[in-house]
Design a protein around this ligand. Sequence first.
Ligand SMILES: Cc1cc2nc3c(=O)[nH]c(=O)nc-3n(C[C@H](O)[C@H](O)[C@H](O)COP(=O)(O)O)c2cc1C
Length: 221
Amino acid sequence: MKLTVFNGSPRGKKSNTAILLEHFLKGFMETEGNSYELEYIVNNKDVGKLIEMFKDANNVILAFPLYTGCMPGIVKSFVESLKPLCGKHGNPSVGFMVQGGFPEAYQSRFVERYLGKLAKRLNCQYLGCIVKGGIEGTRMMPQFMTKKIFNYFYELGKNCGKSGKFDEELLKRLAKPEHLPAWRRLFYKFSRLTGMANIYWDRQLKENNAFEKRFDRPYGD
Ligand SMILES: Cc1cc2nc3c(=O)[nH]c(=O)nc-3n(C[C@H](O)[C@H](O)[C@H](O)COP(=O)(O)O)c2cc1C
């Protein structure tokens, strides 16, 4: 099986998306004869090249982080650039990987529905969508904390490499928790009210010289 993978994280090679894909692809390559090509959307000023890659692919996986309940702008632009391929014959089969910072898989279910529709509009066979929340800390976690999640991605890749699709049972198990129990929701409410929830993201905003712009509304009025 030949796979073309697009990493849609604005963090590119330093992203959680890259780490999860690494494990998925390790599993995928367990089947003899399999091969893949990996492209970072963020580094690509040449959208034409990305469209060509999509058009020429047999199977595509588009992987990205959940941004404001949907997708990063660079991914949306890429998806919109595929419009000329809508309904055409010979488009690749397509699967998606969406991972988010908040623990509940439920937050990604809306964009997942959109992605299913997108595959239909592009006349692509839909391979499914891997959904996982609670990933933001992954880059910094010690090995014993990430082992189980990485193993899921490895197994999903291995399975996909053999069967050409995502294993439904693995998808369900990986996605847990779908919703947080009441006591954890209470904890998040508390950390939001005390400002604790902002500490990490405020630091990221400052590191990117964006802290002062955090309430900007570039598309508002
Ligand atoms: C601008 C922005 C918006 C985000 N919106 C969401 C969101 O709506 N839901 C969520 O669960 N995580 C959200 N996140 C968290 C990212 O999905 C999460 O940190 C992810 O692991 C980043 O992956 P990456 O390193 O591959 O880019 C957001 C992060 C950023 C920077």
